[in-house]
Design a protein around this ligand. Structure first.
Ligand code: ZN
Length: 315
């Protein structure tokens, strides 16, 4: 708990620096062939699951689902400093990876583009709003090499007391901090904990215990993947939750790793987020989500927005 309280003090101490900024908006760029008649698989996809007996999807489409029920279209994300040889560059990288999700609106329907707002604040770079300090929806916590943040804390405490204040001092009685706690999602040096907190509603903590290991592009993709989960999006068929025959391997929610580039939000991500947030904008909730299933997209409709590269070099 002590570590988390220190984090909260850092947040307050960071007030008085700069205004929050989003990332530069860029035009969407196609990543694959735009030809429905093209032979499968074509650019930007791979045949992942090869046996229709074990694949959850044996069709020719891309799939992505939802992991959380969200309660606001306006979210504050707080990025804690990232340890490493160059903490400033590493923290900037994590900040860019988080803020890039605002650009998913470039591929979204007007109602979503107009109402979805992800405010990103990096401690030491930005001045968080009072609301972000007291009740961030998303907190990105990075550590180097070990998972000390989680020692002695359960998912409910990690999600609901991560920004300290009086909540950090609350008794650790199960159910006292949250009305609902989601299963912990953990892989590849990260853990995502999320809960409906008694104070503040939905809260998601992205714990990165690989720190800046692997360089800026790897850190960027790791944090962007984590934040994608915190926004409610699942994987795309090559991970723990479900297996699909065809997978957009360059998607930020894919497991595939390519350190020569960074992955930016996609049209697939946009459709999924539209579904997840529909009920908050009085839009009809799509059938796939209502039924607890997955959104399916034709591969030639798949594009990613462009997003700026993080500072290159050792972190
Ligand atoms: Zn994941």
């Amino acid at each position: 708990v002590r570590i988390l309280v220190v984090c909260s003090l850092l947040l307050v101490a960071a007030a008085g620096c700069l205004d929050p900024t989003g990332t530069e908006l860029a035009d969407p760029v196609p990543t694959g062939e735009a030809d429905p008649a093209a032979t499968y698989p074509f650019g930007g996809m791979t045949e992942f699951c090869l046996d229709n007996e074990t694949c959850d999807f044996w069709d020719l489409q891309f799939h992505e689902g939802a992991v959380y029920e969200m309660d606001s279209l306006v979210l504050d994300a707080v990025v804690m400093p990232v340890p490493g040889a160059d903490p400033a560059a590493a923290t900037m990288t994590a900040r860019m990876a988080t803020a890039a999700w605002q650009n998913v609106t470039l591929l979204a329907q007007p109602w979503f583009a107009e109402s979805f707002r992800l405010n990103t604040y990096a401690v030491g770079i930005d001045v968080p709003s009072a609301d972000a300090v007291s009740d961030p929806e998303i907190v990105v916590v990075s550590e180097a090499g070990q998972r000390s943040t989680s020692i002695g804390l359960n998912a409910e405490q990690l999600a609901c007391s991560v920004v300290g204040g009086s909540q950090a001092l609350a008794p650790a009685v199960p159910g006292s901090l949250a009305t609902k706690v989601y299963p912990v999602h953990e892989h590849d040096g990260m853990a995502i904990v999320a809960a409906e907190c008694v104070t503040g509603g939905f809260r998601c903590a992205a714990l990165n215990f690989a720190g800046a290991l692997g360089g800026s592009n790897s850190l960027y993709d790791l944090v962007a993947h984590e934040v994608g989960h915190c926004l409610g999006a699942s994987h795309v068929g090559d991970a723990l939750d479900f297996n699909a025959r065809y997978v957009p391997v360059a998607d930020i929610m894919a497991y595939a790793d390519n350190p020569s580039r960074v992955s930016c939000p996609s049209s697939l991500n946009a459709r999924v987020l539209e579904g997840i947030y529909a009920h908050l904008a009085e839009q009809p909730v799509p059938d796939w989500l209502e039924g607890g299933g997955y959104y399916a997209m034709d591969p030639w409709e798949y594009v990613q927005v462009e997003c700026p590269l993080p500072p290159q070099g050792p972190l």
